[in-house]
Design a protein around this ligand. Sequence first.
Ligand code: I3P
Length: 325
Amino acid sequence: MSFETTLFPPILNVETALELKASESGAVLNNRKNTWIQLAGHPGAFAPAGPLTIWKKRYNKDNNETKAYELLMKDAARSIVPMFHREVEYNGEYFIEMEDLLRHFTDPSIMDIKLGSRTFLESEVNNPVLRKDLYEKMVSLDPDAPTEEEKENKAVTKLRYMLFREQESSTSDFGFRIEALRMSGETPTTDLKKVKKKDQIEHVLCKFLDSNTGVRKALIKRLEEMQLLFESSAFFKSHEVIGSSILMIYDKEGRTGAWLIDFSKSISLEDGQTITHRNPWTLGNHEDGILFGIDNLLKLFTDLRIESKPSSSQSDRKETTEDTG
Ligand code: I3P
């Protein structure tokens, strides 16, 4: 008898989240501080809100992400993104209140995969600002990477750094990179900036799956669903999507889920313009390589050779896992 992995998203209690007052959310934040996990993104950008929701801070003047979520909630791809509740103003700052994906799980394993073969906006191409912090980050990854001029300036543009990061990781060749990983009961691993080649990616995917063929099967199903819904979505037909991630989560109870997150750099294309999300980028064509990345990720998960081992919940139930590989 095979062990069934539950594929999320399940039904949500929207009412509870919407009834929350901003002042109450501050208190909940303190209560839940110790169980909070943030894997990637700007530190401190997220805070637990109600029992079912989180707040994400808005840093940019524009409200791209709110606009994106408002459209996505009415879109064919609605089920592959977290549920959006509202934009909130709190102490003069703006937040997006959305579904807390972690609430479905107990001490889960989590992987954040940044999608796309381009990770910067086209507007970055004309940004001449030289940044010392990005130069430092570049040198810490590869001391030989800066040119003589960059070494003299001890600074690089953001475009230069982002292209370098894409080349150093699997972003350029595969259209995705693994940003962070957190295995159940362990501290997160974020030291993955040089995971570039197929065998290196496979190694991290195997670590994440921890020989759990049920989780692998559920994630393949979910990635196929993402691919299909993304392709039939009016939102994704009309938007360039930069810096979005797939968040994969599972726990020992056999619950598994994956969602597309982070739409702060999802920009509406000009009227009538469409993109394939698969073709290579050249300046002005707005291609982002998101579907190219999902295609490759799906292929890697499907071809992955993992050895089957029973999960703890399976052992408890004295059932055997059916190797679907
Ligand atoms: C950062 C990463 C972020 C980017 C950030 C980079 O590099 O590429 O995606 O933020 O730019 O520093 P790393 O992963 O090596 O830490 P955005 O996606 O918001 O552009 P920033 O320093 O301008 O925030």
